[in-house]
Structures are given as C-alpha cells and as structure tokens.
Design a binder for this molecule. Structure first.
Ligand SMILES: Nc1nc2c(ncn2[C@@H]2O[C@H](COP(=O)(O)OP(=O)(O)OP(=O)(O)O)[C@@H](O)[C@H]2O)c(=O)[nH]1
Ligand SMILES: [Mg+2]
Length: 359
C-alpha cells in the first residue's frame, strides 16, 4: 500500500493531484484544512491537506504462458494466446481480491463487535467506508486505517469552554462521580491555581457527605451540603467569587423519573449559560444498558460524557456506542481510584485505537 499527503489551495485541486499521481483507484483517508506557509514561515493563507492511499499489489507471476509452445506462427494465434493468458490471470486476481475484500470487512465487523461495539453501529460504519471506497476491495491494512479515522472523526472529544463555572456530575450509582469530582477539584486548585468550591446535593447515601468532606479536608477546598433549592441558591451566591463550582449529585437509577426530577430541581437553580453537566458512565457498563442510561438522563440536560473505570475493562466499544447514542463529546476518562492522579483529558486518536482494540 502506498500512502501520500497532498497539499493544495482547494479540495478540487487536491483531488485532481491525487487522481493524477495515484490514479482513479486511490482512496481518500483524511482531508483537513491547513495554514499554508510562505516565505520565511509566514502564513499566507488557508489550504487543504489530503491523505490518500492506493493498494499496490503485484500480479502473481504466471509463467505458464511462456512455457506453452505456441504451435502456430500466425500473428493472430499469438495474440489469442496472449489475451487468453492475461484474461485468466486477471480473473484469478479478481476472484482472490473479492474474497479477501469481503472477508476483511467481515473480520473487522467481528473484531469491532467483540470489542462491544453495537453491531448495528459497526455495520453502518463499515457500510459507510465501503461506500466511500466505492466498493473497491481494500486490504486489511488499509481498512484498519479507514476505520480508525472514521471512529476518530465520530468519537467527539472536547474541552469544556472557559466560560463554564458550574460543573455538575450526574449518573448511575457507584460509577465514580464523587471520586472524579475530587480529582478535578484538586486539578483545578493545584494545577490551574483556580478558586474551587464544591456543592453536594447527595444527602441520601450514608457516608456520601463524609466521603466528600474527607477529600476536601485534605485539599482545603470548601464543601457545602445542600438539602433544598433555596439552600442551593444561597450557596451559589456564597460561591460567587469562585472560579469553578463542582456539584455532586446522588447516584440515580435512569429508570426512576421521580429521583431524576428531584436532581433536576437542584440543577435548574444554576445560572444558565455558565453550567455544564457531566454524565458519568463506567466503561464497564453492559452495552445493552447504555441506551437506557443515555435516554433516562436526558432530562438532566447532560452535555459532556466522562468514562470511568477504564482500568477495569479491556474492551472499549461502549465509549463509541455512547457517543453515537447521545451525540455528546467525551471530556475525561478515569483510570483508577487514586485521587487526583487517575484522570486524563480525552484524546480522540488514543480512544479510537482503544475502541478498535488496537494498542
Ligand atoms: N478502578 C476504578 N475505580 C474507580 C474509578 N473511579 C472511581 N472508582 C471507585 O468506584 C467506587 C465508587 O466511587 P464513587 O466516587 O463513590 O462513585 P459515585 O458515583 O459517587 O457513587 P454514588 O454517589 O453512590 O452514586 C469507589 O470505590 C471508587 O474508588 C476508576 O476510574 N477506576
Ligand atoms: Mg457519590
């Protein structure tokens, strides 16, 4: 396989270059906007960078034709033999690549589903790739690159905008909401030198407040326990000088409309436009429970995903499924119980490889 990058001012110009050099069978792996550099490195304008590839294969050397004795000397017969030999070789090649082509799609389908990707999502993904490759047969190697790029594009990862002051953590019970909140509280306090406040509305679980106060006690970050919407409003006022306010909520079953509405009544007190809601989900969640979680928590208006317990599983298809079900970006992943170390900002390239089960 040959892979090459092309730069041009427009997409049309770039595609023409690809076609000219690699021929009509070339497949576009990636295209992105880039800044073009001029003299002495100054930027002179925008352009397009296209990565294209072509499967190069050597036709199997078939020397039967050479060995065969051409009985007739007539030019016509010579040509007939030549054409027949060539036809046979092309047919053999075509048969081989057809089998290889379909089996490479099939083997990737199996691999993705084994990694807990929803089989419908995996089929759609592969069908999209097959369509953009215009049903051309592609090698396993090329297919891997095409799938990784597609997953990377669809696996939206994102940073929380700077204007966000209130971050609420919602999600099923025991997924790691409080632990993740404690990690981020320490990160913003010590790494970013920000003034952080913590509010908890989890007054249901025995020990929940103590758990949070224990983390906060070590770091000196103030924690307020809130029982009513009125108290919530008062605490927001109290924390008005803070740069970031993290709000912990009680673990809820996505099936309980009453419990979720109760949490919503607290979150509705937060100033609009300055708040983000993190839906915290464990990477160990059963694939079939994901859709219910995605749907059930919608009433809390989540707009980012956090995946916890990445260290407790080896298949990561659920991350991609959740992005597809919700259309929301993954903002953090957590990789262990240690506070504050075991948290990472999400990286689409790394996550795409994990989803595919490629190291
Ligand atoms: N292995 C692993 N364990 C984690 C991770 N994050 C949290 N935990 C553990 O998961 C357990 C539950 O964590 P909590 O933070 O209390 O979970 P929660 O979502 O706040 O739980 P509730 O408030 O009861 O709904 C604790 O034992 C944490 O140490 C992680 O990334 N990896
Ligand atoms: Mg908790």
């Amino acid at each position: 396989m040959k892979i090459k990058k092309y730069r041009a001012l427009t997409m049309q110009e770039g595609l023409a270059q690809v076609k000219r050099e690699l021929g009509p069978d070339a497949v576009i792996i990636e295209s992105k906007k880039v800044r073009q550099k001029g003299i002495k490195g100054f930027f002179v304008g925008k352009g397009i960078e296209i990565t294209a590839a072509i499967d190069t294969f050597v036709l199997p050397h078939d020397n039967t034709l050479e060995r065969e004795t051409i009985s007739s000397n007539s030019r016509m017969e010579q040509e007939m033999y030549y054409l027949k030999g060539m036809m046979n070789r092309l047919l053999k090649q075509q048969e081989k690549s057809q089998v290889e082509g379909s089996s490479s799609y099939n083997s990737w389908l199996k691999r993705l589903v084994d990694n807990d990707l929803d089989s419908e999502i995996a089929r759609d993904l592969l069908a999209g790739i097959q369509e953009s490759a215009q049903d051309k047969d592609v090698s396993l190697e090329m297919l891997e690159i095409l799938i990784t790029n597609k997953i990377k594009d669809m696996l939206v990862t994102s940073e929380v905008p700077g204007k966000i002051k209130y971050i609420s953590f919602v999600g099923p019970t025991g997924v790691g909401k409080t632990t993740t909140l404690a990690k981020l509280a320490a990160y913003h306090t010590f790494e970013e030198q920000k003034k952080v406040g913590i509010i908890t509305v989890d007054t249901y679980r025995i020990g929940a407040v103590e758990q949070l106060k224990a983390y906060a006690g070590i770091t000196g970050i103030p924690v307020e326990v809130v029982f009513t919407s009125e108290e919530m409003k008062e605490t927001i006022e109290k924390f008005k000088d803070k740069d970031i306010v993290l709000v912990d909520t009680a673990g809820r079953s996505s099936k309980s409309v009453v419990q979720l509405s109760e949490t919503a009544s607290f979150l509705n007190c937060l100033p609009k436009g300055a708040g983000a809601v993190f839906l915290v989900v464990s990477a160990t969640t059963k694939p079939r429970d994901l859709k219910r979680i995605a749907q059930g928590y919608k009433r809390l208006g989540y707009n980012y995903l956090v995946f916890t317990k990445m260290d407790e599983t080896e298949t990561y298809g659920v991350l991609f499924n959740m992005c597809c079900y919700t259309g929301m970006p993954i903002v953090y992943i957590t990789t262990g119980q240690n506070v504050p170390e075991d948290i990472e900002a999400s990286d689409d390239g790394k996550l795409a490889n994990m989803v595919m089960g490629v190291d």
